[in-house]
Design a protein. Structure first.
Length: 524
C-alpha cells in the first residue's frame, strides 16, 4: 500500500474535514486558501523548497489527482533504493499530506530530498564499485576453486606416494619378517622379546624373531611362512595321511610330514624339545627310557591298574603347544611359529566345483606321525604327571606314564582303593584337558597276566607266552613253507613286521630275542 492510499483511507470518514492535528481550534476545511498562501511566503530558513510543503485538504488532494495520472510517473512502487524528488507530482502530494497530518515536518522532508539528490550524484560510483566488487568476488571464487583443486590433486599425489611406499615396505617386510600366519593363530606374532636368561638355563637356542627361527631351521622367510601358515581349507597340506589297524579294533589315522616340514620338525626336536625336562613318571620317547623302564617299577605288585587317555595327541591343541615354548622363555612370535610347525588340523577331503579340498574338521593339534609330537606331549602332560604322582604317593602306589598309557600299581591296600583311584584319575585328567578312555581301563591282579605296555610284570619283565609261541611257530614253519606263506593276515612288508616283533622281544628278554633273530637270519 502506498503512502497516498494510506492517507486517503484514513481521511475518507471525515468528508471536507481539514487534515490538521486535533488541537487546531477550527477545522482546516474552514480555512480559506487565500490565508494558506501567505504562510508559504515566510518559509523556514532550512526549507529550500519554499512553500512546497504547505498543509493540504482532502479536497485539494482530490482536485490535484484529477489533473493527471499520478500512477504513471517514473517513480513507481517497488524501488526502495530511490528517493523521488519533490518535483514529482505524486511525491509532492504525499509530502504535503505527511506534513498536514503531522507525520513529518518540512525540515524532515527537505533533508530527505537533499539526501536523495546527493545519492543520485554518487549512484554511478556505487554501481561501479558494486560491479568491481562482483568481479573481484568472482575472481576470488575462481581462485579459491583453483586452489582447492590444486590442494586436492596434491593430496591425491601424496596419498598415492604413501600407498606406493607402504606397498614397498610390506614387500620388504614380507621378505624379512612374518606378521600374519592365519586367522586365530597370529595374535602373538608382534611379541619379539625372549627371556635369554631362562633359555640359557636350559641351553636352548636364543631366538626373538621369525628371522631367528628361519635361521635355526635353515629356511628362508618365505619357506617358513609357507610351512607354518594356518588355513581352514587347502588344496594341499604338508602331511601324507594313511591308516593302520588298531590292536583294539578300528583304524588309526597317522599323518607323516613331507620332507621339508619333517626336516624342520627334527631340527626343533633336537635343538629344543629334547632338551626340555620331563617328569620322573614319563617314559615314552625319553632318552634312556622306554617300554621296559615303564614296566619295571610295577613288577611283582599285587594289583596293577592301567588307564588310557582318549585321543591323546589331538587333545594337545595349538594354544597348549605354544604355551610350552613360552614357558621356557621364548617370545610370543617364536612360540607361535614353533607351535604351528608342530601342529596340524584334522581334515576331511571334500570336493567343490570339481576341485578337491582338505577341509579342517577341528582345532590344530599334535599329529600322530610327527617326530615332535611325543616330546611335546610329555611337556603338556607335566602337570598331569605331578598331580598323579601326588595321588600315588598319598596311597603308597607306583605311577608311570608311557605317552597316553597310565599305570598304577600297589599292594593289597589298592584293592579297597581302586574305585576311588579310578574316579580321582578321571577327574584330574579332565581338569588337565584330557579324557580317560573307559573301555581300556583294566584292573589286573596276580591271578592273571599283568601287562604294562605289552610287558608281563607278574614275576619279572617278560613277553606273553602266546606271543612267543606265535613267533616261534612262524619261524619254524618258514623253514619248510617259506616266510611269505606265514603271512596269513596279509600284512604289507611282513618281514619288516617280524623284525620289529623280534626287536621288541629282545628289548624285554634279550636271551630269547637273540635266538629268534638267529632263526630269522637263517631263513635268508
Amino acid at each position: 500500500m502506498s503512502m497516498f492510499d494510506w492517507l486517503f483511507r484514513r481521511n475518507r470518514k471525515t468528508e471536507n474535514v481539514p487534515l490538521v492535528p486535533p488541537p487546531a481550534p477550527a477545522p482546516v476545511a474552514d480555512v480559506p486558501r487565500a490565508e494558506a498562501k501567505p504562510q508559504a511566503a515566510t518559509p523556514s530558513p532550512v526549507d529550500p523548497y519554499g512553500s512546497e510543503f504547505l498543509p493540504i485538504t482532502r479536497g485539494e488532494i482530490i482536485d490535484a489527482s484529477k489533473k493527471g495520472n499520478l500512477l504513471s510517473t517514473a517513480f513507481q512502487f517497488g524501488r526502495p533504493s530511490v528517493i523521488p524528488p519533490a518535483a514529482d507530482p505524486r511525491t509532492h502530494l504525499i509530502d504535503r499530506a505527511l506534513v498536514t497530518n503531522g507525520l513529518l515536518t518540512p525540515e524532515d522532508l527537505t533533508e530527505i530530498h537533499r539526501v536523495g539528490d546527493e545519492y543520485e550524484k554518487v549512484k554511478p560510483t556505487e554501481i561501479g564499485m558494486a560491479a568491481a566488487a562482483g568481479l573481484a568476488g568472482d575472481a576470488a571464487v575462481k581462485a579459491y576453486k583453483a586452489d582447492k583443486e590444486r590442494r586436492k590433486a596434491q593430496k591425491k599425489a601424496e596419498s598415492a606416494a604413501r600407498k606406493a611406499a607402504r606397498i614397498e615396505a610390506v614387500k620388504a617386510r614380507r621378505a624379512t619378517d612374518i606378521i600374519f600366519l592365519g586367522r586365530g593363530v597370529s595374535g602373538k606374532l608382534h611379541l619379539r622379546l625372549s627371556d635369554e636368561a631362562r633359555l640359557a638355563e636350559r641351553e636352548l637356542p636364543v631366538m626373538h624373531t621369525p628371522a631367528d627361527v628361519a635361521k635355526l631351521l635353515g629356511l628362508s622367510i618365505k619357506e617358513l611362512r609357507w610351512l607354518a601358515f594356518h588355513t581352514e581349507v587347502a588344496t594341499r597340506t604338508h602331511y601324507v595321511k594313511f591308516q593302520i589297524p588298531k590292536k583294539s579294533g578300528g583304524m588309526r589315522t597317522l599323518a607323516a610330514p613331507h620332507k621339508k616340514l619333517k626336516a624342520a620338525q627334527h631340527s626343533i626336536l633336537s635343538n629344543i624339545v629334547s632338551r626340555l625336562p620331563v617328569t620322573e613318571a614319563a617314559h615314552g620317547f625319553v632318552a634312556g627310557r622306554g617300554i621296559v623302564s615303564n614296566a619295571n617299577p610295577h613288577v611283582g605288585k599285587t594289583v596293577v591298574v592301567n588307564l588310557d587317555l582318549e585321543n591323546f595327541f589331538p587333545t594337545v591343541v595349538f594354544p597348549r603347544v605354544r604355551s610350552v615354548f613360552e614357558r621356557y622363555g621364548y617370545s610370543g612370535s617364536v612360540a607361535t611359529i614353533l607351535a604351528l610347525l608342530c601342529t596340524e588340523c584334522p581334515r576331511a577331503t571334500v570336493t567343490y566345483a570339481g576341485v578337491q579340498y582338505e577341509a579342517s574338521t577341528g582345532p590344530r593339534g599334535l599329529p600322530q606321525g610327527a617326530p615332535t609330537s611325543p616330546g611335546i606331549s610329555n611337556q603338556v602332560a607335566r602337570k598331569l604327571d605331578k598331580r598323579l604322582l601326588g595321588v600315588a604317593a598319598k596311597l603308597g602306589l607306583t605311577y608311570t606314564r608311557y605317552a597316553d598309557d597310565l599305570t598304577f600299581s600297589g599292594g593289597e591296600a589298592l584293592n579297597s582303593k581302586t574305585g576311588w583311584l579310578l574316579a580321582k584319575v578321571r577327574h584330574i585328567a579332565q581338569e588337565e584337558g584330557f579324557a580317560v578312555n573307559e573301555k581300556k581301563t583294566r584292573v589286573m591282579r596276580r591271578s592273571a597276566a599283568q601287562l604294562v605296555t605289552g610287558v608281563v610284570v607278574n614275576e619279572k619283565p617278560s613277553i606273553s607266552r602266546d606271543e612267543l609261541r606265535r613267533l616261534r611257530a612262524i619261524l619254524h614253519r618258514a623253514k619248510t613253507e617259506g616266510l611269505e606263506a606265514q603271512n596269513r593276515e596279509g600284512r604289507p612288508n611282513f618281514r619288516d613286521w617280524l623284525i620289529g616283533k623280534i626287536a621288541f622281544v629282545s628289548m624285554v628278554r634279550p636271551d630269547v630275542g637273540g635266538k629268534l633273530k638267529a632263526a630269522l637270519d637263517a631263513l635268508s
